[in-house]
Design a protein around this ligand. Structure first.
Ligand code: HEM
Length: 498
């Protein structure tokens, strides 16, 4: 018996020694001069398990120990985590200094080498320009919003007296609404074949790049091939038919009037980028808005009043137009507050193209920088009572703050409006939306080009949802907040007509 105990003790000690040696070896391996403080965890795996398990608490604990700029090894790469708002801003503004996007290999493989996150410098400028030309306010007004309206009206019909999984519905909604803008005429025919492939592609981008049968990565790569085949065929048909179209695909395909002349490969990657970028962001924000509205009846009441007032000005079949969209001030506030409180985007990834000095440290070439913006969303100075869902905070009328902002010549606009009760100074400042640390849509040269389009889609969704329906949660559904916001088994609601 004593021998057995001795053997167990020796084995345990041996394992502990090996573990400690491995940890130590990994620390030494990364102990280059000038690196920020932090720990690197295990060889190969680093601190990924702790990061995924503890989520935001891992970041907070490391920050408490090492400050807002620390090193780690997460998701397969040596990584610098930056939680400092000022520094985050600097990183996002200075791509030209060698701080380029640093998205995982699986994402780059599956999204294509011409996709916007894979290109830098002048190519990025060109690809971004061609995308911005598709989502300008003029096009939102004349082409995109009418299509969004038509789509939402149909997508949100027949939900009464049903239990629906709002997560599934908002995912379908985000994908199909984008597809309608991409290929309006063919949308109905290609959606049934494209949608399952697209969902596989999304899963593949979020997986480890292990190319083995049965892995999400392998299935994502295959889905990309299938999507390319479908889109190439569509483009060939359009070239052959000479029919004119008014949608994103025709805006990208080579024509004399087109300022941006993209190759077929670039057009396809651009289309995949558009479908992908607006998918999870728009669907998750919409789902979480439904969740928060359910939990906050006063907010729902004010939102519904805003949308009912729009409907009262119209016939039942009239679509919402650009002026209606602009008038949805409270809706916009609900969308921002939802994105903030749920933190739909935790941060963005960059990598260094050469050894560089940052914040007094030397970051080696090829290291990833996690511009972690989550904590800013809960900063009590920017957002008093940060854990409260309070859309009104985005509409604050604060003349003192106006003067303060003017003195720093920040972007804002003021509306003075007279109403029946006399002079009513309605100040729509963009105080929170345009402060320096508003990173919900990223920042700098990669600021989300689809911001207004995304807001238009979510606003139209909310318009038809709250004017047509009331709903209650079935209950019992789990909601995960990290690393992605999702309901693993769906979010089920019982819907009835309003
Ligand atoms: C609520 C909705 C949305 C949110 C919260 C959101 C958020 C973001 C964020 C945080 C970034 C910065 C990524 C980075 O710096 O690496 C970004 C970039 C981007 N977004 Fe969005 N997005 C939304 C909707 C959309 C939509 C509808 C589109 C469709 C056109 C879109 C297209 C893009 C593209 C193409 C980029 C990359 C820009 C570049 O690299 O220059 N987004 N988005």
């Amino acid at each position: 018996m004593a021998v057995m105990v001795l053997v167990v003790v020796v084995v345990v000690l041996f394992v502990l020694c090996i573990c400690s040696a491995l940890l130590r070896w990994n620390e030494l391996k990364y102990r280059k001069k000038g690196l920020p403080p932090g720990t690197m965890g295990w060889p190969i795996f680093g601190e990924t398990t702790e990061f995924l398990k503890q989520g935001p608490n891992f970041m907070k604990n490391q920050r408490a120990r090492y400050g807002s700029f620390f090193k780690s090894h997460i998701l397969g790469c040596p990584t610098i985590v930056s939680m400092d708002p000022e520094l985050n801003r600097y990183i996002l503004m200075n791509e030209a200094k060698g701080l380029v996007p640093g998205y995982p290999q699986s994402m780059l493989d599956i999204m294509g080498k011409c996709n916007i996150a894979a290109v830098h410098g002048s190519t990025h400028k060109y690809m971004r320009g061609s995308l911005l030309a598709l989502v300008s306010p003029t096009l939102i007004r004349s082409q995109l919003l009418p299509k969004i309206d038509q789509f939402m009206r149909a997508h949100l019909s027949g939900w009464d007296n049903q239990v629906i999984n709002i997560q599934e519905k908002t995912k379908e909604m985000a994908f199909l609404s984008s597809l309608k803008q991409v290929a309006s005429a063919e949308c109905e025919f290609i959606a049934p074949v494209l949608q399952p492939e697209f969902f596989k592609l999304v899963l593949g981008t979020l997986s480890l790049p292990i190319d083995l049968p049965g892995t999400n990565y392998r299935s994502g790569v295959q889905a990309r091939k299938n999507i390319i085949r479908i889109l190439s065929q569509l483009m060939e048909e359009r070239k052959a038919s000479k029919e004119t179209h008014q949608d994103m695909l025709s805006g990208l395909m080579v024509s004399e009037e087109n300022k941006y002349q993209l190759s077929d490969e670039e057009v396809i990657d651009q289309i995949i980028t558009i479908l992908y970028s607006g998918y999870e962001t728009v669907s998750t924000t919409s789902m979480m808005a439904v969740k928060y509205l359910h939990d906050h009846p006063k907010v729902l009441q004010e939102l519904r009043e805003e949308h009912m007032a729009i409907r009262e000005r119209k016939n039942p079949e009239d679509p919402i137009d650009f002026n209606d969209l602009k008038s949805m001030r409270f809706t916009r506030a609900v969308i921002f507050e939802t994105s903030r409180l749920a933190t739909i985007v935790n941060g963005v990834l960059r990598k260094t193209t050469e050894d560089m000095e940052l914040n007094g440290f030397v970051i080696p070439k090829g290291w990833r920088i996690y511009v972690y913006t989550r904590e800013i969303n809960y900063d009590p100075f920017l957002y008093p009572e940060p854990l409260t869902f309070n859309p009104w905070r985005w509409l604050v009328c604060d003349l003192f703050f106006l003067l303060f902002l003017l003195s720093f010549s920040m972007d804002l606009y003021v509306w003075f409006k007279f109403d029946q009760t006399g002079f009513d100074c309605k100040l729509q400042d963009k105080r929170l939306e345009s402060h320096n640390y508003f990173f919900i849509f990223g920042g700098g040269t990669r600021l989300c080009p689809g911001k207004e389009l995304g807001i238009a889609e979510i606003s139209a969704f909310l318009h038809y949802f709250v004017t047509r329906y009331r709903w209650e949660e079935v209950g019992g559904d789990k909601l995960m907040k990290f690393p992605r916001v999702e309901a693993p088994n769906g979010l089920h609601i019982r819907v009835s007509s309003y």
